[in-house]
Design a protein around this ligand. Structure first.
Ligand SMILES: Nc1ncnc2c1ncn2[C@@H]1O[C@H](COP(=O)(O)OP(=O)(O)O)[C@@H](O)[C@H]1O
Ligand SMILES: [Mg+2]
Length: 245
């Protein structure tokens, strides 16, 4: 399996006043193509800090980060932005969609930076990505006309449209009720079956049983990194769903 991500002794420190916050205290791990990894840990354990570095939104204070074989550490801001745009699909807790903008336009956005993609090709790929997340009947709805679960699926389509080497999701189910969370997990499992590499960050340990590996963070350190031989099916959970009130 090809290695997509490798970190060596990754550290991130923040200076706040005259205090040093050690958000990441030396993380070394690698992720292969086709893995579905959950990163779990309580609030403040360093999950978002790590994901922002892996997503090329931030740089480490020390240590190495290789994305698809390329060292990110000494890259300039512009090169990092290009790398992010070509190789990373990012999904956030609050969806980060443009308001009053249609699904299809939101999903087209990452392709606007790519001059090799024509307007018609852009539209075709946006529709394809929205169809993959089951929103083919919501193409022209504006984001404020969609439910939270639908907005998150638009955000997932936007993350897919560039065909990134890895999808990074930071608390992607954090604003959703449990049924909608399982729907998003079912979608991630479908993408995983289709060969996508996914890094799913959550503070909720109940959600780790749906991926093939769990990395647990505590106080900026990896305290365990285990394979899951008994992956649960989110589709099955949904099929047996009993509405409670
Ligand atoms: N920009 C920042 N400036 C200062 N401290 C930060 C910053 N970002 C995160 N931290 C601190 O780093 C630690 C890890 O934060 P974070 O990565 O957001 O954790 P998590 O996503 O697991 O809740 C926390 O103690 C947090 O307060
Ligand atoms: Mg966080």
């Amino acid at each position: 399996m090809a290695e997509i991500i490798r970190t060596v002794g990754l550290k991130r420190e923040f200076i706040v006043g005259d205090e040093v916050v050690r958000a990441l205290r030396g993380l070394s791990f690698s992720i292969d193509s086709g893995e579905f990894v959950t990163i779990v840990g309580s609030s403040g354990s360093g999950k978002s800090t790590l994901l922002n570095i892996l997503g090329c939104l931030d740089v480490p204070t020390a240590g190495e980060y290789y994305l698809d074989g390329v060292s990110v550490r000494n890259m300039g801001k512009n090169d990092r932005a290009t790398l992010r745009n070509r190789k990373i699909g990012f999904i956030f807790q609050n969806y980060n969609l443009l308001p009053k903008t249609t699904s299809v336009e939101n999903v087209e956005l990452p392709l606007m930076y790519n001059r090799d993609v024509s307007a018609s090709e852009r539209r075709r790929r946006a529709i394809e990505a929205l169809t993959a997340v089951g929103l083919e009947d919501r193409l022209m709805h504006k984001s404020n006309q969609l439910s939270g679960g639908q907005q998150q699926r638009v955000a997932i389509a936007r993350a897919l449209v560039n065909d990134p080497v890895i999808i990074l999701a930071d608390e992607a189910t954090g604003n959703l009720d449990s049924k909608k969370s399982y729907e998003v997990l079912a979608l991630f499992q479908k993408l995983h079956r289709a060969g996508k590499t996914i890094l799913f960050v959550t503070h909720n340990p109940d959600l780790e049983q749906f991926s093939s590996r769990t990395i647990t963070l505590r106080d900026g350190r990896i305290i365990s990194d285990v394979r899951n031989d008994n992956i649960q099916s989110a589709d099955e959970v949904l099929a047996n769903w009993k509405e409670e009130d």
